[in-house]
Ligand binder design. Sequence first.
Ligand code: HEC
Ligand code: HEC
Length: 201
Amino acid sequence: MAFVVTAVLLATCAIVSRAQDTKPAADTGAFKDKLEVCNSCHGEKGVAEMEGVPNLAAQPDLFIEWQLVYFRGETRMNDIMTPAAKDLTDQDIRDLGAYFPTLPPPPGATETDADPALTKAGGKLANDRHCAQCHKDDFSGQGEIPRLAGQREDAIIKALHDYQHGARRGRGNVIMPEIAYSLNDDDIKALAHFMSRQPAK
Ligand code: HEC
Ligand code: HEC
């Protein structure tokens, strides 16, 4: 499994040219205007208030870049994001990929846990299914593998269902669909509840 991941990451590095060292011009003209559109749904600091909209704060750069490439290329289908990414240039995508990792990570659900048993079940599943092997021990993600810690519960549930139903194919990356097929609805609920409550690190 580790070999597969390494191969995927190496392929990713080869495809996305990292040659340009341009800094994201978050505070200037055109990029700022684009970012304002993103922020209207994903939140001013990349922490979304709207149901079904994932947090982007502190997501790894390659994860942001690849998902935008998938939306733009229509291999990740979504009524909102596929059109939102349609006109992004490669440079926009690099700038956005450089920007979101600089934001402080989402704090994770802070209200009293209404269902500690579900959190515990989610933690046990995450351990049994080795989610940390790729998503890291603190679930902060790396490379093209997303942060799960502090992600919105509803967004995680939707993502796992989308992998099960083939709505997220990316570029034929079968890792998550394979994992998601083996989960039932109760597993998905427990994992999402657990991950959304993991603190920022
Ligand atoms: C009208 C609301 C809206 C706007 C504007 C918008 N997004 Fe999104 N975005 C969403 C929703 C909803 C999803 C979840 C899509 C899904 O369920 O597959 C999403 C998903 C994403 C994802 C994947 C995150 C993940 O965890 O899977 C990225 C990356 C992203 N958006 C970046 C952007 C960027 C960059 C912009 C600005 C260019 C932007 N979005 C503009 C609503 C929006
Ligand atoms: C072998 C590596 C690997 C393992 C193990 C793994 N993942 Fe993933 N995960 C990935 C990769 C790679 C992606 C990005 C895939 C893509 O481009 O859609 C991902 C994406 C996700 C997403 C989408 C998040 C978002 O914001 O879009 C969720 C949710 C997720 N994984 C949950 C889990 C859970 C829960 C487990 C354990 C049951 C797990 N993963 C185990 C590699 C892994």
